[in-house]
Design a binder for this molecule. Sequence first.
Ligand code: 2P0
Length: 324
Amino acid sequence: MTTAIAHANIALVKYWGKADTQTNAPAVGSLSLTLSKLWTRTTVNFRGPQKADRFYLNDRQVAPHERDRLTQFIDEVRRRSGIGRFCEVRSINSFPTAAGLASSASGYAALAMAAMHAAGKPLPPEKLSSLARLGSGSAARSIHGGFAELPAGGGGQASGAIQIADKDFWPLAVLVAITDGNPKKISSRDAMEITQRHSPYYSAWVDSSVQDLEFMRAAVLQRDFDAMGALAEHSALKMHGLIMSTRPGLIYWNPGTVAVMQEVLKLRQGGVGAYFTIDAGPQVKVLCRPHDRSVVAERLLALPEIHDLTICAPGPSAHIVEET
Ligand code: 2P0
């Protein structure tokens, strides 16, 4: 029995679109920052059930469609490790599930690590990352702490994410503003497929992402806060513009999402370095320097649309916390 913790990540250059749906090979490269306070803790036990795998999330059995996806993933773990047994998987999220806060990223990263350990075949980070990618594209990045890059492409023998810089490389604050904690109505997976098929902007998105990724890598390595923040905001807005341009258009934002974006613009006009980014959901993450986090938090908490605010620092790599 093994327990692992993996942290969610926020993409500074977004992954949206697949080169291959079976292996989650991304059509565009992405670069992310792992977050300290958003995590999944997963325990895998191959000595429990006799007849079928069992999956629990936050102490409740998972829904059938999610169970099938998890079973497929565990089948891959069985194939790679040679273990023939069923398993029990218990996961806890420290934050709302499926609400656009990358719970599938931390979830599949923690599962990949705990399951391979429990099956007696621990893997080095690069291989673990490519395994996690088969569960969810963004999970490949959550194996690594700090900044991680997942390149485009990489079919069957999936390439994983690589670490660009560790969590101590650049002290930053990420304020996660919750505007609606309920699960979203359309999954990233389905929305990506619709976008890919129906947006007239899709090829421009793919083409322009190549330069975004290069510029972001350079901005991070030079610790250029304004270059990083401006490009993160651009990548998020471009992705949402793309998503809105499908038929029918998909809108993940709510009034709170827009209120936070506008407050961030006001903060910048007032001389505070703050930039927003938004994933496939209505929550907004605000990037700032650590010494500005109190003033940014105060302004965001004054907005009536904000239900909750979590202040994160760069988070660690996925790690084992218990093994028996
Ligand atoms: C990202 N997102 O780069 C982008 C930005 C959401 C918006 O990766 O189908 O759950 O499992 O590979 O990883 C969310 O999509 O999708 C995501 P699958 P995933 O973080």
